[in-house]
Write a protein that binds this ligand. Structure first.
Ligand code: SF4
Ligand code: SF4
Length: 225
């Protein structure tokens, strides 16, 4: 899922200070960022309380509305926000960067501000903890590495590792994180496929990554071919 974390209140306040409004809509997203506890209904309510106190301290009379949709990245669910957006001067989204942009596209006459910093695609690894597992390269090579992504999990994204700096299974870049190549080694040793570590991996085809500009996924099922 997409992982994000809420911008700190000073940053949010500084964004809001630049705008002229007396009615603010805080929108949450009920999917990924709810799981990362950054932008769901609970966080919308908490931020609304903090901002209400902030506006009061500035002697500003701002009405705050709150609404959380199932997914901000789907127009189908943004239609549910039409009335709230119509009656507000400003939208503060607690969705990921995709959600913010989708809101801006759906409601082009409104200012839409981001309340989160979008981080990565991650998995739940512990209660309240999500760890990066994929960068969305568009050409998955997990078959070559038997289920451990060297791009997302090695700090240097080495396709042929390890780099030699690993200590006790930890990464030389940050001893708090596991060495991605140690994880690959442990996995392929278990599978009796050590050639993954001893062999050579050809350079990867990066044409599917985003250097060619924004990518698009077309679901062919919709078009019957
Ligand atoms: S190889 Fe690419 S698509 Fe596959 S997990 Fe790694 S970053 Fe994600
Ligand atoms: S120590 Fe491991 S994870 Fe860190 S950069 Fe080297 S090979 Fe990659």
């Amino acid at each position: 899922m997409i992982v994000g974390e809420q911008k700190n209140i000073d940053e949010i306040a500084a964004m809001l200070e630049k705008e002229d409004f007396d009615n603010l809509l805080i929108t949450g997203c009920g999917t990924c960022v709810t799981v990362s506890m950054a932008g769901g209904e609970r966080e919308v309510n908490a931020l609304a309380e903090i901002l209400q106190a902030y506006f009061a301290s500035k002697n500003k009379n701002v009405k705050i509305q709150k609404a959380t949709v199932k997914r901000q990245c789907d127009f189908e669910f943004l239609d549910d926000l039409e009335n709230e957006v119509d009656s507000t001067g400003l939208v503060l989204s607690l969705g990921c960067g995709v959600g913010v942009q989708h809101l801006a596209e759906r409601f082009p006459d409104k200012v839409v501000l981001p309340g989160l910093n979008t981080s990565f695609y991650g998995a739940v690894t512990n209660t309240g903890e999500l760890a990066e597992r994929c960068i969305g390269c568009g050409n998955c090579v997990l078959d070559e590495y038997h289920g451990v992504c060297p791009i997302a999990r090695c700090s240097k994204s080495l396709l042929n590792g390890p780099c030699g700096g690993s200590q006790d299974g930890k990464c030389e870049v940050d001893p708090e994180i596991d060495c991605g190549w140690q994880l690959i080694y442990d996995r392929v040793k278990r599978l009796n496929k050590l050639e993954v570590v001893t062999g050579y991996h050809e350079p990867k085809d990066w044409q599917t990554y985003r250097d060619g500009g924004p990518r698009k996924h077309v679901n062919k099922e919709y078009f019957g071919n």
